[in-house]
Design a protein around this ligand. Structure first.
Ligand code: PGA
Length: 257
């Protein structure tokens, strides 16, 4: 059974105090033994350690929003996987559409980051998703296929239990426009079919696929209630503890495990 998973992507938001307050408020509501929904927060890098302190003793896990694929060395401005592990990260988000679009990250680079993160003991939230123009041109499935193939090139089946996929249609991110439950379910089912053909049916059945893109308390229940939607990667609504927790609760109410 796939355990539901709700992760907060704080993006480039918060300062130290707001980060600690937000993390503390979430941690207070998520006890160490969370039966149904796994929860992670992904703050900006400078606050990882402070947030780690604020969530200590709770069931909330820590994630980073990016990592570099090289070993520690002369890479000014970059952050190594080992450093993220060292400050307590269990997760790293890779391939987010903002990094693809604004920072020019390619599937090939993302794949190197995935491999390095796995080698370094991190679990990966791998983001894929089409733009509005691609959807309108009926290219959604082709785009997802090529992002998956490129970002997971050389990643073998044994590593897939450390990877969670996040389907994030670019047109739904930060726009307030959410994919309909049918659009989300259809893309998730397609991704699961891709996993079955690239790996095997067991991997396809076991891999969690999160939805991301304007997930809010009022739409989380119907999205997370879809058979192939295993949780949410939440941006804007993860910056308010009450909203984020309401999304976690919505996940709990539809979770079957
Ligand atoms: P959003 O962002 O919830 O603000 O749309 C989601 C994401 O980019 O991960």
């Amino acid at each position: 059974m796939r355990r539901k998973f709700v992760a907060g992507n704080w993006k480039m938001n918060t300062l130290r105090q707001t980060a600690v307050e937000l993390a503390g408020a979430i941690a207070k509501a998520i006890p160490a033994a969370v039966p149904k929904v796994q929860v992670a927060v992904c703050p900006p890098c400078p606050y990882l350690e402070a947030v780690k302190g604020a969530i200590a003793g709770s069931g909330v896990e820590l994630g980073a929003q990016n990592a570099y694929h090289e070993q520690p060395g002369a890479f000014t401005g970059e952050i190594a996987v080992a450093m993220l592990g060292d400050v307590g990260c269990a997760w790293v988000i890779l391939g987010h559409s903002e990094r693809r679009a604004i920072l020019g990250e390619t599937d090939e680079l993302i794949c190197r980051k995935v491999a390095a993160s796995l080698r370094g003991g991190l679990q990966v939230i791998l983001c894929v998703g089409e733009t509005l123009a691609q959807r309108q041109a009926n290219q959604t499935e082709a785009v997802l296929d090529s992002q998956m193939a490129g970002s997971l090139a050389g990643i073998d089946a044994a590593a897939m239990d450390k990877i969670v996929i996040a389907y994030e249609p670019v047109w739904a991110i930060g726009t307030g426009v959410t994919a309909t439950t049918e659009q989300a379910q259809s893309a998730h089912a397609h991704l699961r079919r891709w996993l079955a053909s690239r790996y095997n049916p067991q991997i396809a059945a076991a891999t969690r696929i999160l939805y991301g893109g304007s997930v809010k308390p009022d739409n989380a229940g119907s999205l997370l209630g879809q058979p192939d939607v295993d949780g949410a990667l939440v941006g804007g609504a993860s910056l308010k503890a009450a909203d984020f927790l309401a999304i976690v609760r919505a996940g709990e109410s539809v979770a079957s495990v």
